[in-house]
Design a protein around this ligand. Sequence first.
Ligand SMILES: [Zn+2]
Length: 111
Amino acid sequence: MVFQNSVAPAAFVLICCAIMAAGCSGEQPVAAPADVVYRCGETGEFVSAPPQPAPAINPHTGRATLQRALYCPRCKRWHVVPPPDVLNGPPAGYPCPRHNTAMQEQGPLPQ
Ligand SMILES: [Zn+2]
């Protein structure tokens, strides 16, 4: 029975493909929120940490001393911005106190 012997492997391959396709579509990586930059009021250092309510926890000291900071590409430095409950709106887009232009959440961290 040549017919039966050739159909069975083909069906097996089709089922395997269906399982693999389903498996791939079910394993989409969950995008983690991008880290944001904070300035520590205790040490004065700038750290990158997951977004959280201010004052945020400094991962180096374990204390809630971090304030949000935004980067001004014209100053080439970070500025501490008021927490969201003081500033009406999201911190992104808060204007640079010197240039009055919108600052950004990403930039080179000072060493
Ligand atoms: Zn500036």
